[in-house]
Write a protein of this length. Sequence first.
Length: 241
Amino acid sequence: MRTVVISQPTYLPWTGYFRIMKEADVYVFLDNVQFEQRSWQSRNRIKSVEKFIWLSIPTHHNIQSMINEVEIDNSKSWNRQHLAAIKNSYGKAPYFKDYFPFFKSVYESEWTELVLLNIQLIKYFASQLGASPVFVRSSKLGLEGKRSSLLLDICKMFGADRYVSSIGAKDYMETDGAQAIFENEGIKIDFIEVKLFNYPQLFGEFIPDLSIIDFLFNCGPYSSKMLFDKDTAIFEGPNRE
């Protein structure tokens, strides 16, 4: 069975992003859809002494910009600010020394395209967790469909017989009648709901749904086993209660 997963390239994604990725033989970065300001595409949260803080990337874009068209606004010192925030938040974490050199090299480089920065980070996190699908950008495929029809065309291009998505996409795919059109092409749809689980964190009470970096700095080589445990995900098909 060949499984395709399709998802937008977000900034410093949460742990569930990689639990879904683990299902993929082919992982497609959906980067030719509309950019949304103040979304996960350009920001995320890390834990700090004062509960949590947002790391946001300033961008140049307009209301019709696709994700792959968004440029980073380097007139602001966002990269130095993000690196300092990561160091201040995780300098005393058990596995800080294992991962910080990577972040230092990333944030000391100059990035102009948001999508390239996000993909660079995501591929690194995937490698540390042991997820190794074939990575592809949808903007390079020459497909022009929308919503579920675009997802179907991507799956067909890669010979998929299974498509896995976040549970968050279930409603709009059912509105599009995705179950019937995917089944007609011999493609099974599975939606994943990633279950919350606690892990050791700094600074007191546990906060869920932070960036994956919180998980890695605190759990290091144990992260993969914890995240990919069979009890961290619930699978659902279309129209299943």
